[in-house]
Design a binder for this molecule. Structure first.
Ligand code: DC
Length: 209
């Protein structure tokens, strides 16, 4: 662990599905002893409630910690539902305050998502944009789902990844794109340890000013 901080310090990690954001963000939070918020889980929880018949805007406004603990949030159906509710401006608006408060907690915070560096925390001290080719991301997600015992085909996972990319990048509200001052990290040809080491080096450089 490298020097515990008491001041707020925000690390924004954005990028498309299965680029490695989650693993990198967890590793950064552990390395720098910061809190970590996977903001995709908020949208997944709203998506799951919507699949169960709840109105998406009401779901977002009334979201509780318990909703984030549902066992089905990592399934492909919920991922697609999350991407669909994420286009709704009022859903996004309902989730902003919680994310911003988390970002400025004392001791620092890592937030990963799609719009952290562009909309939620445009003043973040560090912005990373983690990406990889759709084929590489689909292969990673396929192995992850397969390991969990889910019956999915490679082709279906690739189609799902591309459909989500398309929706997340081309929506009107907070589309997925790198912030102008984001550091790009393409993990297509990197193993996860190398990707994590690069991300740590980026943060250390910025912290040392
Ligand atoms: O990161 P994830 O795959 O768990 O995200 C699920 C969906 O939630 C994603 O396809 C789009 C949406 N999302 C978003 O719009 N903004 C965020 N900050 C995080 C996720």
């Amino acid at each position: 662990m490298a020097g515990v901080m008491t001041e707020p310090f925000t690390i924004a990690v954005d990028g498309p599905a299965a680029a490695g954001k989650g693993t990198i963000s967890k590793a950064l939070a552990a390395q720098f002893d910061m809190g970590h918020l996977d903001t995709g889980l908020l949208y997944r929880a709203v998506g799951a409630l919507t699949l169960a018949g709840v109105d998406p805007i009401e779901a977002a406004r009334g979201l509780t910690a318990k909703d984030l603990e549902r066992g089905d949030l990592r399934t492909p159906n919920v991922a697609q539902a999350a991407s669909k509710v994420a286009v709704i401006a009022q859903v996004r608006a309902a989730l902003i305050d919680f994310q911003r408060a988390f970002a400025r907690r004392s001791g620092g915070a890592v937030l990963d998502g799609r719009d952290i560096g562009t909309v939620i925390c445009p003043q973040a001290e560090v912005k990373l944009y983690v990406t990889a080719s759709a084929e590489v991301r689909a292969q990673r997600r396929f192995l992850e789902l397969h390991d969990k015992g889910l019956d999915v085909s490679r082709r279906q996972v690739l189609e799902d990844v591309k459909a989500r990319d398309d929706r997340d990048m081309n929506r009107v509200e907070a589309p997925l794109r790198p912030a102008e001052d984001a550091v790009l990290l393409d993990t297509s040809e990197l193993d996860i340890n190398t990707a994590v080491a690069r991300a740590i080096a980026v943060v250390e450089n910025i912290r040392q000013g």
